[in-house]
Design a protein around this ligand. Structure first.
Ligand code: C2E
Ligand code: CA
Ligand code: CA
Length: 607
């Protein structure tokens, strides 16, 4: 019995990319993977119909071959006749292919056997639930007058059995039920057989269709039938692109992988660009257009060290990274992989810290009014002390929370704990306010409700609260944003534009936002000592912001010299290490007391 499997490159034009028969060959991986029972079905069909060859061709582009006489040789490009058979839902009998006008001018139908085939008949294959998946084809070297009733019945029965085999293949987890592509285990068989055949290295390719989050949202919105249809369409586009003699495997719901044929130089960069372009072209699936965000990863693998290695995970980490890369494809890099693993670890740890642990806490940094040296507000800054990693800096976990969709929980946590602390201070007689950092992800109608709820819960006047949004966050928004911000203002809370100067907005456009306060970014301030240019930027920004009606805060004041320089400018408040580093909650009341006394003694101002 001779069977092979091939995921064929589709011949797009009848006279186009068809490969000559001498360019065919047995597949390394093919011997390991078949549709269960295909051998027996094909053998039965060949015997009862007296034909030389049988093929099961699936509409995913996979084909399984049985040949009575020759060794298992599969064409690496499927003849259009097979492709049409796989796609049509009805049977067909071609007594003599050579005499048929449609195929007369296409290259001869050569199957696994090098001899030309003349007779062809096919019967559609359905799964038990009635879904059309392909066709069972029978071929012979000599033309015939046709098939009699008994022959047609035998072909129909064989097709029905083949359908049961396809279902069984999915059921056993060997093929994907949607695309009918072989699964992960077959991918590893492919790799191991490369090794057995003496290869030292292999190039792996992984294709990630869309970020998981996006795909899940998409399934929720459109339902599974649409998602299935989409994955079949994606598989068809990838198969269409695949290099000759290469199997495509489905290694996850939205992931494909393959072992590339040539160990040394498998692909040109233009080929990769072409695949990306193909997958970025919008899909018109059931008349609904959709654009994917594909990522393609490549890994140069030493197959001699396959044991214990995790090549599929590695190449998939490259494809994951490639989704965010403008080029859409990327080579595997160990350092990047380690970053992903670390990031994944941190995300799960942060999610746990947000719900069930006590690792998060807040520090508070004073904001001091220059006119009288009074501390008018504390800025809440999130801190995370992990039990084994120690302190994780906010510059690391805040962006991570943003990427992992944890930002709303983090802001919720900070709001809750910060406002509770403010309530406690105010009950103890400290007359301060609280400013809170709000991120892009928090920007919706819900924000006002959340703010109001927390203020009510702790009996705090919303007028003592101020929300800080970065300049970039504000610039990225629109009319809806303006409405949400107006609602925050109506509640009585203040709005500050944080890190001003790091984005590309101009003050006039920000004026349209109902902000009350502008914080000049510390990068300009810290360099003021050394650069007259930076000092001029701070001075003119402050003056202009003041004219436009903003209260002006200068961040990052680290030294007495800068503090004095800022005092001579048109500014309202300062914040920075010179005034105070961010403080633990317990240190705030004593600090407030000390500075109030200190200020009374020193009417020059400043701490
Ligand atoms: P930011 O909002 O601009 O906060 C000011 C940062 O500058 C804080 O860093 C503070 O410790 C630091 N800083 C204050 N004065 C000085 C100074 O004089 N010199 C220098 N070199 N640095 C100074 P931190 O706490 O590491 O926070 C970094 C950033 O992380 C914050 O920048 C903010 O964007 C973000 N972040 C922190 N906590 C939260 C939070 O609860 N929610 C959100 N959305 N973001 C947060
Ligand atoms: Ca801030
Ligand atoms: Ca800032």
């Amino acid at each position: 019995m001779h069977t092979t499997v091939e995921h064929a490159l589709e011949a797009t034009a009848l006279d186009g990319a068809f490969a000559a028969s001498d360019d065919t060959g047995p597949l390394a991986a093919g011997d390991h993977y078949t549709v269960p029972g295909f051998d027996s079905v094909a053998h039965l069909a060949a015997a009862s119909l007296g034909v030389a060859m049988v093929a099961l061709v699936l509409d995913s582009g996979s084909a399984y071959w049985y040949s009575r006489d020759a060794g298992p040789r599969a064409p690496h490009v499927l003849h259009p006749l097979y492709l049409e058979a796989a796609r049509r839902g009805a049977g067909q009998v071609l007594p003599d292919i050579a005499a048929d006008a449609r195929y007369r001018d296409t290259p001869p139908l050569t199957g696994p056997s090098p001899t030309t085939l003349r007779f062809f008949a096919c019967e559609p294959v359905f799964t038990l639930s009635g879904r059309h998946v392909g066709a069972l084809c029978v071929m012979d070297h000599a033309p015939r007058s046709g098939l009699d009733e008994a022959g047609l019945a035998a072909l129909r029965n064989a097709a029905r059995l083949a359908g049961a085999g396809v279902v069984l293949g999915s059921y056993l987890g060997r093929t994907d039920p949607v695309t009918q592509l072989p699964h992960r285990s077959a991918f590893f068989e492919d790799l191991r057989s490369r090794h057995k055949n003496g290869a030292q290295r292999a190039w792996l390719i992984a294709i990630e269709v869309a970020p998981v989050e996006r795909f899940n949202a998409f399934v929720r919105a459109m339902g599974f039938p649409y998602a299935d249809e989409l994955m079949r369409a994606v598989a068809a586009r990838v198969l269409d692109w695949m290099p000759p003699r290469t199997n495509l495997y489905q290694v996850g719901v939205t992931r494909f992988a393959a072992v590339l044929p040539d160990g040394d130089k498998p692909l040109e960069t233009t080929q990769l660009d072409a695949l990306v372009a193909r997958l970025r072209t919008p899909f018109d699936c059931l008349d609904i257009p959709l654009t994917l965000q594909p990522g393609i990863g490549l890994l140069d693998l030493d197959v001699r060290q396959l044991d214990g290695a995790d090549p599929l995970r590695q190449v998939m980490s490259a494809s994951y990274a490639a989704q965010r890369n403008p080029r859409g494809w990327a080579l595997y890099e160990r350092s990047q992989d380690e970053r992903h693993q670390q990031e994944f670890f941190l995300v799960t740890e942060l999610a746990a810290a947000l719900t069930e642990r006590t690792e998060l806490y807040l520090h508070y940094q004073p904001r001091v009014r220059l006119s009288d040296g009074r501390c008018i507000a504390m800025e809440a800054l999130a801190r995370w002390r992990h039990p084994t990693l120690g302190e994780v800096p906010p510059g690391q976990f805040v962006p991570l929370a943003e990427r992992a969709g944890l930002m709303r929980s983090l802001t919720g946590w900070v709001l809750d704990h910060g406002v509770a602390q403010l309530a406690a201070w105010r009950r103890a007689g400290c007359d301060v306010g609280l400013s809170l950092n709000i991120s892009n992800a928090d920007f919706d109608a819900d924000l006002v409700t959340r703010l109001q709820d927390v203020a009510t819960r702790y009996g705090v006047d919303p007028g003592t609260l101020e929300l800080e949004f970065t300049e970039t966050t504000l610039m990225a928004h629109n009319d809806a944003t303006r409405r949400h911000l107006a609602a925050v203002r109506e509640l009585g809370a203040g709005i500050a534009i944080d890190d001003f100067g790091t984005g590309y907005s101009n003050l006039a456009s920000l004026r349209q936002m109902p902000a009350t306060c502008l914080k000049i970014d510390q990068s300009f301030v810290r360099a003021m000592d050394a650069s007259r240019h930076d000092a001029a930027i701070v001075r003119s920004t402050a003056a202009l912001a003041h004219d436009l009606g903003f209260r002006v805060v200068v961040e990052g004041v680290e030294t007495r010299r800068i503090y004095d320089a800022v005092r001579r400018m048109d500014c309202d408040e300062v914040q920075g290490y010179f005034v105070s580093r961010p403080l633990p909650a317990a240190a705030v009341p004593p600090w407030l007391e000390r500075t109030a006394e200190w200020h009374q003694r020193d009417d020059e101002g400043g701490p």
